[in-house]
Design a protein around this ligand. Structure first.
Ligand code: GTP
Ligand code: MG
Length: 476
Protein backbone atom coordinates (compact mmCIF):
# COMPACT_ATOMS: atom_id res chain seq x y z
CA UNK A 1 0.00 0.00 0.00
CA UNK A 2 1.00 3.60 -0.54
CA UNK A 3 2.10 5.37 2.61
CA UNK A 4 -0.55 7.55 4.25
CA UNK A 5 1.66 10.58 3.84
CA UNK A 6 2.10 10.02 0.08
CA UNK A 7 2.69 13.23 -1.81
CA UNK A 8 0.62 14.54 -4.69
CA UNK A 9 1.94 13.92 -8.17
CA UNK A 10 1.13 15.63 -11.45
CA UNK A 11 2.00 15.22 -15.12
CA UNK A 12 0.82 16.00 -18.61
CA UNK A 13 -1.14 12.85 -19.46
CA UNK A 14 -1.51 13.43 -23.20
CA UNK A 15 1.19 12.99 -25.83
CA UNK A 16 3.61 15.84 -26.46
CA UNK A 17 2.91 18.12 -29.40
CA UNK A 18 -0.17 19.98 -30.52
CA UNK A 19 -3.66 18.55 -30.21
CA UNK A 20 -7.29 19.48 -29.74
CA UNK A 21 -7.26 18.59 -26.07
CA UNK A 22 -4.45 18.20 -23.55
CA UNK A 23 -4.78 16.83 -20.03
CA UNK A 24 -2.86 17.52 -16.85
CA UNK A 25 -3.53 14.94 -14.20
CA UNK A 26 -3.09 15.20 -10.44
CA UNK A 27 -3.19 12.31 -7.97
CA UNK A 28 -2.77 12.29 -4.19
CA UNK A 29 -4.10 13.84 -1.02
CA UNK A 30 -3.75 17.43 -2.26
CA UNK A 31 -5.12 16.82 -5.75
CA UNK A 32 -8.58 18.20 -5.00
CA UNK A 33 -7.29 21.28 -3.13
CA UNK A 34 -4.83 22.10 -5.93
CA UNK A 35 -7.48 21.55 -8.62
CA UNK A 36 -9.92 23.78 -6.78
CA UNK A 37 -7.36 26.54 -6.31
CA UNK A 38 -6.54 26.56 -10.02
CA UNK A 39 -10.22 26.54 -11.08
CA UNK A 40 -11.57 28.63 -8.18
CA UNK A 41 -14.54 26.25 -7.89
CA UNK A 42 -15.68 23.45 -5.60
CA UNK A 43 -15.40 20.33 -7.75
CA UNK A 44 -17.99 17.58 -7.40
CA UNK A 45 -16.95 13.93 -7.90
CA UNK A 46 -17.56 12.59 -11.41
CA UNK A 47 -19.10 15.80 -12.67
CA UNK A 48 -17.58 17.49 -15.70
CA UNK A 49 -17.34 21.18 -14.84
CA UNK A 50 -16.51 23.91 -17.33
CA UNK A 51 -13.84 26.03 -15.67
CA UNK A 52 -11.35 28.83 -16.13
CA UNK A 53 -7.86 27.76 -15.09
CA UNK A 54 -5.95 30.52 -13.38
CA UNK A 55 -2.36 31.10 -12.34
CA UNK A 56 -1.51 32.07 -8.76
CA UNK A 57 -1.26 35.74 -9.85
CA UNK A 58 -4.78 35.56 -11.31
CA UNK A 59 -3.85 35.29 -14.98
CA UNK A 60 -6.13 33.18 -17.15
CA UNK A 61 -4.16 30.22 -18.50
CA UNK A 62 -6.93 28.30 -20.27
CA UNK A 63 -10.61 27.36 -20.20
CA UNK A 64 -11.72 23.74 -20.25
CA UNK A 65 -13.13 20.88 -18.24
CA UNK A 66 -12.19 19.79 -14.73
CA UNK A 67 -12.97 16.26 -13.56
CA UNK A 68 -12.65 15.03 -9.99
CA UNK A 69 -12.50 11.33 -9.11
CA UNK A 70 -12.85 10.81 -5.38
CA UNK A 71 -10.71 8.12 -3.73
CA UNK A 72 -10.92 5.18 -3.91
CA UNK A 73 -12.99 5.34 -7.11
CA UNK A 74 -10.22 6.53 -9.38
CA UNK A 75 -7.49 5.02 -11.56
CA UNK A 76 -4.86 5.33 -8.84
CA UNK A 77 -7.21 4.72 -5.92
CA UNK A 78 -6.34 8.22 -4.63
CA UNK A 79 -8.07 11.53 -5.20
CA UNK A 80 -7.52 12.36 -8.86
CA UNK A 81 -8.20 15.62 -10.69
CA UNK A 82 -7.93 15.98 -14.44
CA UNK A 83 -7.64 19.41 -15.97
CA UNK A 84 -8.57 19.16 -19.63
CA UNK A 85 -7.47 22.18 -21.59
CA UNK A 86 -6.36 22.90 -25.13
CA UNK A 87 -3.59 20.66 -26.35
CA UNK A 88 -0.83 23.19 -26.90
CA UNK A 89 2.56 22.50 -25.31
CA UNK A 90 2.76 26.00 -23.79
CA UNK A 91 -0.71 25.88 -22.21
CA UNK A 92 -0.09 22.46 -20.71
CA UNK A 93 3.35 23.43 -19.45
CA UNK A 94 1.83 26.50 -17.69
CA UNK A 95 -0.89 24.35 -16.12
CA UNK A 96 1.70 21.87 -14.94
CA UNK A 97 3.80 24.64 -13.43
CA UNK A 98 0.75 25.89 -11.55
CA UNK A 99 0.17 22.41 -10.08
CA UNK A 100 3.81 22.26 -8.97
CA UNK A 101 3.71 25.83 -7.58
CA UNK A 102 0.73 24.76 -5.47
CA UNK A 103 2.47 21.78 -3.92
CA UNK A 104 2.36 18.86 -6.36
CA UNK A 105 5.47 17.07 -7.58
CA UNK A 106 6.22 16.01 -11.16
CA UNK A 107 5.39 12.30 -11.46
CA UNK A 108 8.07 9.76 -12.34
CA UNK A 109 7.48 7.53 -15.41
CA UNK A 110 4.65 5.08 -14.69
CA UNK A 111 4.00 6.50 -11.23
CA UNK A 112 0.22 6.81 -11.68
CA UNK A 113 0.03 3.16 -12.71
CA UNK A 114 2.39 2.16 -9.92
CA UNK A 115 0.06 3.82 -7.42
CA UNK A 116 -2.90 1.99 -8.99
CA UNK A 117 -0.98 -1.26 -8.45
CA UNK A 118 0.12 -0.43 -4.90
CA UNK A 119 -3.46 0.52 -4.01
CA UNK A 120 -4.74 -2.83 -5.30
CA UNK A 121 -6.72 -1.34 -8.20
CA UNK A 122 -4.89 -3.54 -10.70
CA UNK A 123 -2.33 -6.34 -10.47
CA UNK A 124 1.12 -6.28 -12.01
CA UNK A 125 0.01 -8.09 -15.17
CA UNK A 126 -2.62 -5.44 -15.79
CA UNK A 127 -0.16 -2.63 -15.05
CA UNK A 128 2.23 -4.05 -17.66
CA UNK A 129 -0.68 -4.47 -20.08
CA UNK A 130 -1.33 -0.72 -19.88
CA UNK A 131 2.22 -0.02 -21.08
CA UNK A 132 1.86 -2.73 -23.75
CA UNK A 133 -1.42 -1.25 -24.94
CA UNK A 134 0.18 2.16 -25.30
CA UNK A 135 3.17 0.67 -27.13
CA UNK A 136 1.13 -1.77 -29.29
CA UNK A 137 2.43 -1.78 -32.86
CA UNK A 138 -0.46 -3.74 -34.40
CA UNK A 139 -4.21 -4.11 -33.91
CA UNK A 140 -3.64 -7.68 -32.67
CA UNK A 141 -1.07 -6.53 -30.12
CA UNK A 142 -3.49 -3.87 -28.86
CA UNK A 143 -6.32 -6.41 -28.62
CA UNK A 144 -4.23 -8.88 -26.63
CA UNK A 145 -2.96 -6.14 -24.30
CA UNK A 146 -6.57 -5.16 -23.71
CA UNK A 147 -7.45 -8.76 -22.81
CA UNK A 148 -4.66 -8.84 -20.24
CA UNK A 149 -5.83 -5.48 -18.92
CA UNK A 150 -9.32 -6.92 -18.56
CA UNK A 151 -7.85 -9.65 -16.38
CA UNK A 152 -7.87 -12.66 -18.76
CA UNK A 153 -4.25 -13.60 -17.99
CA UNK A 154 -4.58 -12.79 -14.27
CA UNK A 155 -7.64 -15.05 -14.06
CA UNK A 156 -5.65 -17.97 -15.49
CA UNK A 157 -2.86 -17.43 -12.99
CA UNK A 158 -5.37 -17.24 -10.13
CA UNK A 159 -6.90 -20.54 -11.24
CA UNK A 160 -3.47 -22.14 -11.25
CA UNK A 161 -2.68 -20.73 -7.81
CA UNK A 162 -5.98 -22.14 -6.51
CA UNK A 163 -5.15 -25.58 -7.94
CA UNK A 164 -1.70 -25.52 -6.36
CA UNK A 165 -3.08 -24.31 -3.02
CA UNK A 166 -5.53 -27.22 -2.91
CA UNK A 167 -2.73 -29.68 -3.68
CA UNK A 168 -0.52 -28.08 -1.04
CA UNK A 169 -3.24 -28.45 1.59
CA UNK A 170 -3.42 -32.18 0.84
CA UNK A 171 0.33 -32.65 0.93
CA UNK A 172 0.77 -30.62 4.13
CA UNK A 173 -2.05 -32.64 5.73
CA UNK A 174 -0.36 -35.86 4.71
CA UNK A 175 2.88 -34.62 6.32
CA UNK A 176 1.05 -33.88 9.58
CA UNK A 177 -0.72 -37.23 9.67
CA UNK A 178 2.03 -39.59 8.67
CA UNK A 179 0.99 -42.07 11.34
CA UNK A 180 -2.39 -42.59 9.78
CA UNK A 181 -0.96 -44.31 6.80
CA UNK A 182 -2.39 -42.01 4.15
CA UNK A 183 -1.16 -42.73 0.67
CA UNK A 184 -1.47 -39.33 -0.93
CA UNK A 185 -1.09 -40.84 -4.35
CA UNK A 186 -4.30 -42.84 -4.21
CA UNK A 187 -6.28 -41.63 -1.24
CA UNK A 188 -6.42 -37.95 -2.06
CA UNK A 189 -5.90 -37.90 -5.82
CA UNK A 190 -2.92 -35.56 -5.40
CA UNK A 191 -0.89 -37.07 -8.20
CA UNK A 192 -3.81 -36.73 -10.60
CA UNK A 193 -4.44 -33.13 -9.52
CA UNK A 194 -0.76 -32.38 -10.09
CA UNK A 195 -0.90 -33.79 -13.61
CA UNK A 196 -3.99 -31.69 -14.37
CA UNK A 197 -2.31 -28.57 -12.99
CA UNK A 198 0.79 -29.33 -15.03
CA UNK A 199 -1.28 -29.59 -18.23
CA UNK A 200 -3.01 -26.31 -17.40
CA UNK A 201 0.34 -24.66 -16.75
CA UNK A 202 1.57 -25.85 -20.17
CA UNK A 203 -1.55 -24.43 -21.84
CA UNK A 204 -1.07 -21.07 -20.12
CA UNK A 205 2.60 -21.05 -21.13
CA UNK A 206 1.69 -21.65 -24.77
CA UNK A 207 -0.94 -18.93 -24.75
CA UNK A 208 1.51 -16.54 -23.06
CA UNK A 209 4.14 -17.40 -25.68
CA UNK A 210 1.67 -16.40 -28.40
CA UNK A 211 1.08 -13.18 -26.49
CA UNK A 212 4.79 -12.45 -26.43
CA UNK A 213 5.14 -13.14 -30.14
CA UNK A 214 2.25 -10.82 -30.98
CA UNK A 215 3.77 -8.11 -28.81
CA UNK A 216 7.45 -8.38 -29.70
CA UNK A 217 7.45 -10.23 -33.02
CA UNK A 218 10.60 -11.76 -34.47
CA UNK A 219 13.86 -10.35 -35.80
CA UNK A 220 15.11 -11.42 -39.21
CA UNK A 221 18.60 -10.48 -40.39
CA UNK A 222 19.44 -10.46 -44.12
CA UNK A 223 23.08 -11.29 -44.86
CA UNK A 224 25.11 -12.53 -47.80
CA UNK A 225 27.59 -11.55 -50.45
CA UNK A 226 27.39 -8.08 -52.06
CA UNK A 227 24.79 -7.79 -54.84
CA UNK A 228 22.94 -10.95 -53.77
CA UNK A 229 19.71 -8.94 -53.48
CA UNK A 230 19.38 -8.46 -49.71
CA UNK A 231 18.12 -4.89 -49.97
CA UNK A 232 15.79 -5.90 -52.80
CA UNK A 233 14.38 -8.64 -50.56
CA UNK A 234 13.88 -6.17 -47.71
CA UNK A 235 11.99 -3.86 -50.06
CA UNK A 236 9.93 -6.75 -51.46
CA UNK A 237 8.91 -7.96 -48.00
CA UNK A 238 8.17 -4.46 -46.77
CA UNK A 239 6.44 -3.35 -49.96
CA UNK A 240 8.43 -0.11 -49.83
CA UNK A 241 11.63 1.36 -51.22
CA UNK A 242 13.31 1.56 -47.82
CA UNK A 243 16.79 0.45 -48.87
CA UNK A 244 18.84 1.72 -51.80
CA UNK A 245 19.23 -0.92 -54.51
CA UNK A 246 21.85 -0.64 -57.24
CA UNK A 247 23.89 -3.06 -59.29
CA UNK A 248 27.06 -1.80 -57.62
CA UNK A 249 28.35 -4.39 -55.13
CA UNK A 250 28.75 -2.78 -51.72
CA UNK A 251 25.73 -0.45 -51.99
CA UNK A 252 24.47 -0.99 -48.43
CA UNK A 253 27.01 0.27 -45.92
CA UNK A 254 25.04 0.48 -42.73
CA UNK A 255 22.44 -1.58 -40.92
CA UNK A 256 18.91 -0.75 -42.14
CA UNK A 257 15.95 -1.59 -39.95
CA UNK A 258 12.37 -1.92 -41.09
CA UNK A 259 9.37 -3.32 -39.26
CA UNK A 260 6.72 -5.11 -41.27
CA UNK A 261 3.43 -6.58 -40.21
CA UNK A 262 2.78 -10.14 -41.37
CA UNK A 263 -0.95 -10.77 -40.75
CA UNK A 264 -0.54 -9.16 -37.35
CA UNK A 265 2.90 -10.60 -36.56
CA UNK A 266 5.50 -7.81 -36.15
CA UNK A 267 8.66 -8.76 -38.08
CA UNK A 268 11.76 -6.64 -37.54
CA UNK A 269 13.89 -6.94 -40.66
CA UNK A 270 17.52 -5.91 -40.62
CA UNK A 271 19.32 -5.43 -43.96
CA UNK A 272 23.11 -5.42 -43.81
CA UNK A 273 26.21 -4.68 -45.86
CA UNK A 274 27.30 -7.44 -48.22
CA UNK A 275 29.93 -9.64 -46.60
CA UNK A 276 33.30 -9.48 -48.29
CA UNK A 277 36.86 -8.58 -47.52
CA UNK A 278 37.30 -4.93 -48.39
CA UNK A 279 40.02 -2.28 -48.21
CA UNK A 280 37.35 0.40 -47.86
CA UNK A 281 37.16 1.57 -44.23
CA UNK A 282 33.43 2.38 -44.41
CA UNK A 283 32.57 -0.95 -46.00
CA UNK A 284 34.68 -2.83 -43.45
CA UNK A 285 32.74 -1.12 -40.66
CA UNK A 286 29.50 -2.07 -42.44
CA UNK A 287 30.51 -5.75 -42.53
CA UNK A 288 31.43 -5.56 -38.85
CA UNK A 289 27.96 -4.22 -38.10
CA UNK A 290 26.40 -6.99 -40.19
CA UNK A 291 28.21 -9.57 -38.07
CA UNK A 292 27.06 -7.86 -34.86
CA UNK A 293 23.46 -7.85 -36.14
CA UNK A 294 23.59 -11.66 -36.35
CA UNK A 295 23.38 -11.78 -32.55
CA UNK A 296 19.93 -10.16 -32.65
CA UNK A 297 18.50 -12.60 -35.17
CA UNK A 298 15.75 -15.10 -34.48
CA UNK A 299 16.23 -16.01 -38.12
CA UNK A 300 19.19 -15.38 -40.44
CA UNK A 301 18.30 -15.25 -44.11
CA UNK A 302 21.49 -15.95 -46.01
CA UNK A 303 20.79 -14.49 -49.45
CA UNK A 304 22.63 -15.86 -52.48
CA UNK A 305 22.48 -15.16 -56.20
CA UNK A 306 21.10 -18.35 -57.73
CA UNK A 307 23.04 -17.70 -60.93
CA UNK A 308 26.25 -17.95 -58.90
CA UNK A 309 25.47 -20.58 -56.26
CA UNK A 310 23.91 -23.99 -56.78
CA UNK A 311 21.03 -24.93 -54.52
CA UNK A 312 22.28 -28.52 -54.59
CA UNK A 313 25.24 -27.76 -52.38
CA UNK A 314 24.80 -25.11 -49.65
CA UNK A 315 28.43 -25.35 -48.48
CA UNK A 316 29.86 -22.53 -50.66
CA UNK A 317 27.04 -20.13 -49.68
CA UNK A 318 27.55 -20.91 -46.01
CA UNK A 319 31.24 -20.17 -46.47
CA UNK A 320 30.35 -16.54 -47.33
CA UNK A 321 28.65 -16.28 -43.94
CA UNK A 322 31.46 -18.03 -42.05
CA UNK A 323 34.09 -15.90 -43.79
CA UNK A 324 32.17 -12.72 -42.92
CA UNK A 325 31.82 -13.75 -39.32
CA UNK A 326 35.23 -15.24 -38.69
CA UNK A 327 37.40 -13.32 -41.16
CA UNK A 328 38.70 -14.62 -44.46
CA UNK A 329 40.81 -17.36 -42.92
CA UNK A 330 39.32 -20.74 -43.65
CA UNK A 331 37.42 -21.57 -40.50
CA UNK A 332 38.21 -24.57 -38.45
CA UNK A 333 34.75 -26.04 -38.12
CA UNK A 334 35.83 -28.36 -35.34
CA UNK A 335 36.95 -25.44 -33.13
CA UNK A 336 33.81 -23.44 -33.76
CA UNK A 337 31.47 -26.42 -33.47
CA UNK A 338 29.11 -25.06 -30.78
CA UNK A 339 29.17 -21.56 -32.19
CA UNK A 340 28.47 -22.81 -35.69
CA UNK A 341 25.65 -24.99 -34.45
CA UNK A 342 24.00 -21.97 -32.83
CA UNK A 343 24.42 -20.05 -36.05
CA UNK A 344 23.23 -22.81 -38.37
CA UNK A 345 20.14 -23.47 -36.26
CA UNK A 346 18.95 -20.00 -37.19
CA UNK A 347 20.01 -19.95 -40.84
CA UNK A 348 17.86 -20.37 -43.96
CA UNK A 349 19.38 -19.95 -47.40
CA UNK A 350 17.51 -17.81 -49.90
CA UNK A 351 18.43 -18.40 -53.56
CA UNK A 352 17.39 -15.12 -55.11
CA UNK A 353 17.12 -13.96 -58.73
CA UNK A 354 15.52 -17.17 -59.99
CA UNK A 355 14.01 -15.07 -62.79
CA UNK A 356 17.50 -15.00 -64.33
CA UNK A 357 18.01 -18.75 -64.32
CA UNK A 358 16.03 -21.33 -66.21
CA UNK A 359 16.42 -24.24 -63.87
CA UNK A 360 14.87 -22.81 -60.73
CA UNK A 361 11.22 -23.05 -59.78
CA UNK A 362 10.04 -20.89 -56.88
CA UNK A 363 9.52 -22.86 -53.68
CA UNK A 364 11.01 -24.23 -50.51
CA UNK A 365 12.91 -27.40 -49.71
CA UNK A 366 15.22 -28.79 -47.05
CA UNK A 367 18.73 -30.14 -47.22
CA UNK A 368 21.30 -31.45 -44.81
CA UNK A 369 24.49 -29.67 -43.96
CA UNK A 370 26.47 -31.77 -41.52
CA UNK A 371 23.97 -32.47 -38.68
CA UNK A 372 21.71 -29.57 -39.53
CA UNK A 373 18.56 -29.44 -41.57
CA UNK A 374 18.67 -26.26 -43.63
CA UNK A 375 15.65 -24.70 -45.26
CA UNK A 376 16.26 -23.42 -48.80
CA UNK A 377 14.00 -20.89 -50.49
CA UNK A 378 14.05 -20.14 -54.19
CA UNK A 379 12.54 -16.80 -55.10
CA UNK A 380 12.90 -13.58 -56.99
CA UNK A 381 12.90 -10.36 -55.01
CA UNK A 382 12.55 -8.50 -58.28
CA UNK A 383 9.45 -10.27 -59.66
CA UNK A 384 8.28 -11.11 -56.13
CA UNK A 385 7.68 -14.77 -56.96
CA UNK A 386 8.19 -17.31 -54.19
CA UNK A 387 7.83 -14.74 -51.40
CA UNK A 388 4.74 -16.37 -49.89
CA UNK A 389 6.66 -19.51 -48.86
CA UNK A 390 9.11 -17.29 -47.03
CA UNK A 391 6.32 -15.33 -45.34
CA UNK A 392 4.61 -18.56 -44.24
CA UNK A 393 7.89 -19.79 -42.82
CA UNK A 394 8.34 -16.61 -40.77
CA UNK A 395 4.88 -17.03 -39.21
CA UNK A 396 5.52 -20.72 -38.61
CA UNK A 397 8.88 -20.03 -37.02
CA UNK A 398 7.29 -17.59 -34.60
CA UNK A 399 4.61 -20.17 -33.76
CA UNK A 400 2.16 -17.45 -34.69
CA UNK A 401 -1.52 -18.11 -35.28
CA UNK A 402 -3.21 -15.10 -36.81
CA UNK A 403 -6.61 -16.33 -35.61
CA UNK A 404 -5.46 -16.60 -31.98
CA UNK A 405 -8.55 -14.86 -30.63
CA UNK A 406 -7.98 -16.06 -27.07
CA UNK A 407 -4.58 -14.37 -26.93
CA UNK A 408 -3.48 -12.09 -24.19
CA UNK A 409 -0.31 -10.03 -24.05
CA UNK A 410 2.67 -11.37 -22.14
CA UNK A 411 6.29 -10.55 -21.49
CA UNK A 412 9.50 -12.51 -21.31
CA UNK A 413 9.46 -12.33 -17.50
CA UNK A 414 6.06 -14.07 -17.41
CA UNK A 415 7.34 -16.91 -19.60
CA UNK A 416 10.40 -17.33 -17.38
CA UNK A 417 8.23 -17.45 -14.26
CA UNK A 418 5.82 -19.93 -15.87
CA UNK A 419 8.63 -22.19 -16.98
CA UNK A 420 10.24 -22.05 -13.52
CA UNK A 421 6.86 -22.93 -12.02
CA UNK A 422 6.53 -25.81 -14.48
CA UNK A 423 9.98 -27.11 -13.55
CA UNK A 424 9.18 -27.06 -9.83
CA UNK A 425 5.83 -28.75 -10.44
CA UNK A 426 7.53 -31.50 -12.48
CA UNK A 427 9.97 -31.96 -9.63
CA UNK A 428 7.04 -32.27 -7.18
CA UNK A 429 5.37 -34.83 -9.46
CA UNK A 430 8.54 -36.95 -9.67
CA UNK A 431 8.90 -36.61 -5.89
CA UNK A 432 5.46 -38.16 -5.40
CA UNK A 433 6.15 -40.92 -7.96
CA UNK A 434 9.48 -41.77 -6.36
CA UNK A 435 8.00 -41.66 -2.84
CA UNK A 436 10.45 -38.99 -1.73
CA UNK A 437 9.84 -37.40 1.69
CA UNK A 438 6.70 -35.28 1.43
CA UNK A 439 8.54 -32.28 2.88
CA UNK A 440 10.50 -32.07 -0.40
CA UNK A 441 7.32 -32.25 -2.45
CA UNK A 442 5.77 -29.53 -0.28
CA UNK A 443 8.82 -27.33 -0.82
CA UNK A 444 8.58 -27.74 -4.61
CA UNK A 445 4.90 -26.82 -4.50
CA UNK A 446 5.62 -23.76 -2.38
CA UNK A 447 8.11 -22.69 -5.02
CA UNK A 448 5.51 -23.15 -7.79
CA UNK A 449 3.22 -20.78 -5.91
CA UNK A 450 5.98 -18.20 -5.43
CA UNK A 451 6.80 -18.18 -9.16
CA UNK A 452 3.13 -17.75 -10.05
CA UNK A 453 2.72 -15.01 -7.44
CA UNK A 454 5.59 -13.05 -9.00
CA UNK A 455 3.64 -12.86 -12.27
CA UNK A 456 0.67 -11.00 -10.81
CA UNK A 457 2.86 -9.09 -8.35
CA UNK A 458 1.57 -10.77 -5.20
CA UNK A 459 5.18 -11.66 -4.49
CA UNK A 460 7.51 -9.06 -5.97
CA UNK A 461 10.65 -7.25 -5.05
CA UNK A 462 11.08 -3.47 -5.11
CA UNK A 463 13.76 -3.90 -7.78
CA UNK A 464 11.32 -5.64 -10.08
CA UNK A 465 8.66 -2.97 -9.58
CA UNK A 466 11.23 -0.23 -10.18
CA UNK A 467 12.30 -1.83 -13.43
CA UNK A 468 8.75 -2.36 -14.70
CA UNK A 469 7.39 1.10 -13.93
CA UNK A 470 10.47 3.03 -15.05
CA UNK A 471 9.75 1.83 -18.60
CA UNK A 472 6.41 3.66 -18.72
CA UNK A 473 5.91 7.09 -20.17
CA UNK A 474 5.48 10.02 -17.81
CA UNK A 475 1.82 10.75 -17.09
CA UNK A 476 0.73 7.11 -17.08
N1 GTP B 1 16.89 -10.06 -62.02
C1 GTP B 1 16.92 -9.84 -60.73
N2 GTP B 1 17.72 -8.89 -60.21
C2 GTP B 1 17.71 -8.70 -58.89
C3 GTP B 1 16.90 -9.45 -58.00
N3 GTP B 1 17.14 -9.03 -56.74
C4 GTP B 1 18.04 -8.03 -56.83
N4 GTP B 1 18.39 -7.83 -58.12
C5 GTP B 1 19.33 -6.85 -58.64
O1 GTP B 1 20.61 -7.13 -58.09
C6 GTP B 1 21.32 -5.92 -57.84
C7 GTP B 1 21.74 -5.86 -56.39
O2 GTP B 1 20.59 -5.80 -55.57
P1 GTP B 1 20.63 -5.28 -54.08
O3 GTP B 1 19.30 -5.53 -53.51
O4 GTP B 1 21.16 -3.90 -54.03
O5 GTP B 1 21.70 -6.28 -53.49
P2 GTP B 1 22.38 -6.28 -52.04
O6 GTP B 1 22.56 -7.70 -51.66
O7 GTP B 1 21.59 -5.45 -51.12
O8 GTP B 1 23.77 -5.63 -52.34
P3 GTP B 1 24.78 -4.86 -51.37
O9 GTP B 1 24.00 -3.85 -50.59
O10 GTP B 1 25.75 -4.25 -52.28
O11 GTP B 1 25.41 -5.89 -50.49
C8 GTP B 1 20.37 -4.80 -58.24
O12 GTP B 1 20.67 -4.40 -59.55
C9 GTP B 1 18.99 -5.44 -58.22
O13 GTP B 1 18.07 -4.84 -59.07
C10 GTP B 1 16.09 -10.47 -58.56
O14 GTP B 1 15.35 -11.20 -57.90
N5 GTP B 1 16.14 -10.62 -59.93
MG1 MG C 1 22.08 -3.79 -50.05
Amino acid sequence: MIKEDADTICAIATATGRGGIGIVRLSGPEALAIGQRITGLTLQPRLATFVDMMSSNCELIDSGIALYFKAPHSFTGENVVELQGHGGPQVLQSLLEQCIARGARLAAPGEFTERAFLNGKIDLLQAEAIADLIDASSAQAARSAMRTLKGVFSEKIHQLVEDITRIRVNVETAIDFTDEDIDIMTDTGVAEAMETASQRLTDVFEAAHQGLVVKDGITVVLVGAPNAGKSSLLNALAGTDTAIVTDIPGTTRDVIRQEINLNGLPVHIIDTAGMRDSEDVVEREGVKRAVTALDEADLILLVADSAVYSDQEPGPVLQTLFAGKYGDTAIDEATHLTELAQLLNRVCVVYNKIDLTECHEPGVSSTHYQDHVLKLFRLSAKTRTGLDDLRDHLSELAGYQSSGEGNFSARERHLTALSNAQESLESAISGVCEHLPLELVAEDLRRVQTFLGAITGEVSSDDLLGEIFSNFCIGK
